[in-house]
Design a protein around this ligand. Structure first.
Ligand code: NIG
Ligand code: FE
Length: 418
């Protein structure tokens, strides 16, 4: 049996013996910590923890590997519940066009944006996509991500959406972190269906969803509910068909306008609604008493120069919030979750405790991994971050440009050692 003891932990963060499924409202400000702690890992899972003055009651010390945290913090690895990290080619040309004054929607209207990525992806082989996405996956693991969700949505045809999902399946098999897959065929209307919306929606509901379900290629189904993309009615229709085939709904909601995406999501009990730049009282009311996790993607809002979502107002209204990267070539070309913690604190006025809850326990809920990830809990997978020696949790979002990670463990195995 593999046994690891991590000692000299300045603070063991997010320790919960009986974790709630999420933390909401005032509870988001509570982040349990144990100072001067140790953490025991057995067979890749968290076994026990305590303070350094009460040494663990390990009966058999043979084969025990000891890791000295050297006064660093130990946290559960980040859960990133929203990425598009399988893609072909970058879009810095559009980035420059936006600097010169065009908007994300202007660029999309002239055939750029998602359709630009779709053209590139259709010409890329499965092996090429797997190789480039593997590099991105390795990069985010080094940055402390211990679970990730990845969407299709740059295929926009039966063949190319399936190609993307097969790449995601290979990434899951490759590991080492859990990979959840989402069918996002309803990301945009492809050129060939520009004048036949119903035709494309029928392709999704009658052909793609059944094919994806038969091959067990996805866990979730997602729709970009937005003006010039999919209406709330179309969103509900597609997600309802997905649900019948076992795919849990998610929605890209209210990113560019008050699109009705949040209400569409709560109506079909989406596991999460993501973006939320254009959210007001009606959306907050729809989210209250729902099982839907409001997920903020501050990297995309920053990169596109969108207004910040009313995160403070949402938490003050008693809602949970989670955070994800949205790693994609068009609206956020990075999966660095540490940077997002800083954005949540600096621009959205979340406290460090709230931001860390958003990126761990609540983010695990948003990707249906609450049972195994998102907190330091006996029995959960030992996917953890050991930081360099730092003063405490507030230093993490404070030092927004620094790499503060010393080690990353996935299933108890060291995958980054500095
Ligand atoms: O989540 N909003 C829609 N989809 C992506 C962006 C995709 C793209 O521009 O390639 C997002 O921001
Ligand atoms: Fe997205």
């Amino acid at each position: 049996m593999q046994k690891i003891l991590i000692k000299n932990i300045r603070s063991l963060v997010q320790t919960r013996t009986e974790p709630p499924h999420w933390v909401a409202g005032k509870d988001m400000a509570v982040l349990p910590e144990i100072h001067d702690a140790w953490l025991a890992i057995e067979d890749g899972k968290i076994a026990d923890f305590g303070t350094m003055d009460e040494w663990p009651g390990i009966s058999d010390w043979s084969g025990l590997e000891i890791i000295d945290a050297e006064d660093g913090l130990v946290l559960p690895a980040w859960c990133d519940s929203h990425t598009h990290l399988v893609f072909a080619g970058s879009r810095e040309g559009e980035f420059v066009d936006r600097i010169r004054g065009l908007s994300y929607e202007d660029i999309a209207a002239r055939g750029g944006g998602i359709l630009n990525s779709a053209r590139k992806l259709r010409n890329a082989s499965e092996d090429e996509l797997f190789a480039s996405a593997s590099k991105r996956l390795d990069e985010i693991i080094r940055q402390g991500t211990g679970a990730v969700e990845i969407k299709s949505g740059y295929g926009l045809s039966l063949e190319s959406e399936l190609k993307m999902l097969r790449v995601i399946k290979r990434l899951r098999e490759r590991g080492p972190i859990p990979v959840k897959a989402t069918l996002l065929a309803a990301h945009a209307f492809p050129e060939e269906f520009k004048n036949n919306r119903e035709g494309y929606i029928r392709l999704i509901t009658d052909e793609l969803i059944p094919a994806v379900a038969a091959e067990k290629l996805a866990d979730f189904c997602d729709v970009f509910c937005e003006r010039n993309y999919f209406t709330p009615e179309e969103t509900i229709h597609i997600l309802t068909v997905g649900l019948k085939h076992g795919l849990r709904p998610k929605v890209h909601a209210n990113q560019l306008s008050a699109s009705g995406g949040v209400q569409a999501g709560t109506q079909v009990s989406a596991i999460s609604v993501d973006h939320l730049e254009y959210v007001g009282d009606a959306e907050i009311a729809a989210l209250k008493n729902s099982t839907t996790m409001p997920t903020l993607l501050p990297g995309a809002a920053f990169f596109l120069g969108l207004p910040w979502p009313p995160a403070r107002q949402m938490i003050d209204a008693g809602l949970p919030v989670s955070v994800a990267s949205d790693y994609n070539p068009g609206s956020n070309p990075t999966g660095n979750m540490h940077l997002l913690l800083s954005m949540l604190c600096i621009t959205h006025k979340l406290t460090p405790e709230e931001a860390i809850n958003a990126a761990t326990i609540n983010a695990a809920y948003a990707m249906d991994l609450s049972a195994t990830h998102g907190s330091i809990t006996p029995g959960k997978q030992a996917n953890i971050i050991i930081t360099k020696p730092i003063s405490g949790i507030a230093y993490l979002p404070y030092a927004f440009g620094s790499d503060l990670i010393s080690k990353v463990l996935i299933d108890g195995k060291i995958v980054r050692h500095d």
